[in-house]
Design a protein around this ligand. Structure first.
Ligand code: XAN
Length: 435
């Protein structure tokens, strides 16, 4: 017998270890068709084949029988804006016009605590009902927006990282602050929330065009004061944005050089998009151990460009997937992976199912430097996982009849799947959502 709180029987898929190529992912993919997962104190105690595990079952406790379902590690969303939930699918613009026409007006509403609370609760519910158990999240420049999000995430004991947007120029007056105030407010929020429960704080300068040199210097200071916080920002998403950065910062040769100059690159830095990069920028990302977030639905929706997954592997830059709601068009990691596959196809890159699910789980955890805590079913990891019903729609049932193996089944899931396939989501060893 084993001392455990919960035991679950079902089929399990994960990737055993962090990998540096798509081939390595295929080698380290694990499928356990009939397995047992033991959970104790929010962590994975052990995972083993049913025949081996049956002897450890406590007859008084028994087990939860999820046969017919597929259990995957919880999805990790490495780039998302919770205040943009209400404006998802705003029509007809590319990045810079989209920001001024739709985004800034919606974000201004987060000065209102009650509104922030309403959207934060809705947002966290969207995450878990889509199987996302960890996310790196942009709030707005209002501290109220951070309070509301962390309060709700703490209630579910989620591993969530977020931060207040910092911006002090090229934004409407109602959404601007000065660098000193931004520094003070961010500092206070870090002290209040970083490492509370499973939460983490990300210092969040929006992007270079809305940052003065003083603001980036303040960010730099915060990074020195709080070296184990994260940093998140945007990088080279849209050609007009890249041109604007070179006008604003003529002393720096490339976009990433601006961030690098202020010490914003590094092991806990995540740059969203990273589409229009020069070879030297890829090299800098690699040399500094920085990570990027690939946001396929957003990049297609805003017509930003095609993320170069092969270049990312070549330069050995850590990468995670981002839904990037509200420029992204879905909270569903499954749909997002389906679009990532199509972005690959347009560049003659074949994104295999094992690779796609790696990026959505352990690879994303690695991008956030959380791979020692989450991302697969290894003993000792936190018990964040998702229970998938692969056969929800008539079309899926018909299509799945032809599947030869788990890889084809996973591929069909990322091609046809969405939130309807998520039947349960578990966070820290507890079921927090079910259909
Ligand atoms: N750059 C951005 N890109 C994006 O997709 N969403 C944003 O809110 C944003 N701000 C700067």
């Amino acid at each position: 017998m084993m001392e455990y709180q919960t035991a679950i029987r079902g089929a399990f898929f994960d990737i055993a270890r962090v990998c540096d190529s798509a081939d390595a992912i295929s080698q380290h993919a694990r499928y356990l068709e009939d397995g047992l997962l033991f959970i104790q104190h929010g962590k994975i105690l052990a995972q083993m084949p049913w025949q081996e595990g049956e002897q450890y079952l406590d007859p008084h406790k028994g087990y939860t029988d999820l046969r017919g379902r597929l259990l995957l590690p919880g999805f990790v969303d490495t780039h998302i804006h919770y205040p943009q939930t209400e404006m998802i699918g705003a029509f007809g613009e590319q990045l810079l016009e989209w920001l001024t026409t739709y985004t800034f007006p919606v974000e201004s509403q987060f000065a209102d605590e009650a509104y922030a609370k309403e959207i934060a609760e809705f947002f966290i519910n969207q995450l878990v009902s889509n199987g996302t158990t960890t996310a790196l999240v942009f709030c707005t420049l209002h501290p109220e927006s951070v309070e509301a999000l962390f309060t709700e995430a703490l209630r579910l004991n989620m591993r969530l990282i977020a931060g207040k947007v910092m911006m002090d120029r090229h934004a409407p007056d109602y959404l601007s602050e000065d660098a000193k105030q931004s520094y003070r407010q961010t500092r206070a929020l870090i002290q209040r929330w970083h490492h509370r429960g499973r939460l983490g704080y990300a210092i969040t300068p929006r992007f270079a065009p809305t940052s003065s040199p003083e603001l980036l210097a303040a960010v730099s200071l915060l990074r020195e004061e709080f070296p184990d916080t994260w940093l998140q920002t945007h990088l080279s998403e849209n050609p007009n944005e890249v041109a604007w950065v070179s006008d604003l910062w003529p002393e720096h040769e490339r976009y990433l050089d601006v961030y690098h100059h202020y010490g914003l690159t590094g092991e806990r830095s995540v740059f969203a998009h990273a589409i229009h990069l020069h070879h030297s920028e890829w090299q800098c990302l690699h040399d500094t151990g920085s990570a990027v977030a690939f946001c396929p639905t957003s990049n297609l929706f805003l017509g930003s460009g095609l993320f170069r997954l092969p270049a990312c592997w070549q330069h050995r830059v850590r990468m995670g997937i981002g839904t990037d709601v509200g420029a992204g068009t879905t909270f569903s990691m499954l749909r997002t992976l389906g679009e990532a596959y199509k972005v690959g196809q347009l560049q003659s890159y074949r994104l295999r199912a094992s690779e796609a699910f790696y990026h959505a789980t352990l690879g994303g955890a690695h991008a956030l430097r959380l791979d020692d805590k989450i991302g697969n079913f290894a003993a000792g990891k936190e018990a964040d996982f998702v229970v998938i019903d692969p056969d929800v729609t008539p079309l899926q049932r018909l299509r799945n009849r032809r599947c030869q193996d788990i890889y084809e089944q996973l591929f069909v899931l990322m091609t046809l799947g969405d939130e309807r396939n998520i039947s349960e989501t578990w966070v820290n060893g507890e079921r927090v959502w079910s259909t």
